[in-house]
Write a protein that binds this ligand. Structure first.
Ligand SMILES: Cc1cc2nc3c(=O)[nH]c(=O)nc-3n(C[C@H](O)[C@H](O)[C@H](O)COP(=O)(O)O)c2cc1C
Length: 210
């Protein structure tokens, strides 16, 4: 597929066929992810490919349990809203593979220097909010999703399960010093029709200053 067409056609896939993905195809997706730009070429990412159905189920169970625990402590209407969206945090349980994305620490350029000169809190907060480490991870995940789509697979970038990040990490059992789980990307052969919400026109999101 032509590249811009691929970008236009990509959509989040949340239903998958019961079809295994060869590990070599997953490797190609991760190879594409690893070609992304990153702050100072830090490549501050690690991708754990979980194909074990039992572990995938346990990851989803950990998220479900947290959602149920949090919901039971919330007032009624908030609890209903929170649990209503739980399927958007747990549907990965039916995927043939889930890629757990880990991010390594990244100190923004100038942060330590600003700290040293006792810069204002707002200046430091700006650097943290624009977090280059997480921006790099975003570039890698998009590469991964586009590569998956190009190869006839589909996937979904997921951060809703992050409130259960610690529990998911324990289930996966992967440890890398300074790294933490920041997203899950279930991948597989799409099952059913494409459903993607409308996107804003370029005119709406673009400002030209001449
Ligand atoms: C940072 C990020 C986090 C997301 N987290 C979730 C998620 O937890 N669950 C989910 O179902 N979709 C999630 N999505 C997918 C978005 O809902 C989806 O990209 C958006 O609705 C646009 O649809 P499209 O990807 O089909 O174009 C996430 C997307 C991004 C970029």
């Amino acid at each position: 597929m032509e590249f811009l067409e691929l970008i236009r056609k990509r959509y989040s896939v949340r239903k998958f066929k019961e079809q295994d993905i060869p590990t070599e195809d997953l490797r190609k997706m991760i190879e594409a992810a690893g070609k992304a730009p990153s702050g100072k070429n830090s490549q501050n990412w690690h991708f754990v490919v979980v194909k074990n159905r039992n572990i995938i189920s346990k990851m989803a169970e950990a998220v479900e349990k947290n959602i149920s625990d949090i919901s039971s402590d919330l007032p009624d209407e908030k609890s209903e809203k929170f649990s209503k969206f739980s399927r958007f945090a747990t549907f990965f349980t039916k995927a043939p593979a889930v890629i757990a994305v880990y991010a390594g620490e990244y100190v923004p350029e100038g942060y330590q220097e600003l700290e040293q000169v006792n810069a204002k809190k707002e200046k430091l907060e700006r650097l943290i909010k624009a977090n280059p480490g997480i921006q790099s991870i975003g570039a890698a995940i998009e590469n991964l999703l586009l590569a998956a789509f190009d190869m006839g697979y589909g996937g979904c970038w997921m951060t809703s399960p992050n409130h259960s990040g610690g529990e998911i990490e324990k289930v996966i059992g992967f440890i890398k010093e300074g790294y933490m789980l920041v997203a899950l990307v279930p991948v597989g052969v799409p099952d059913g029709d494409r459903k993607s919400p409308p996107k804003k026109d370029a005119e709406e999101i673009m400002t030209v200053i001449e």
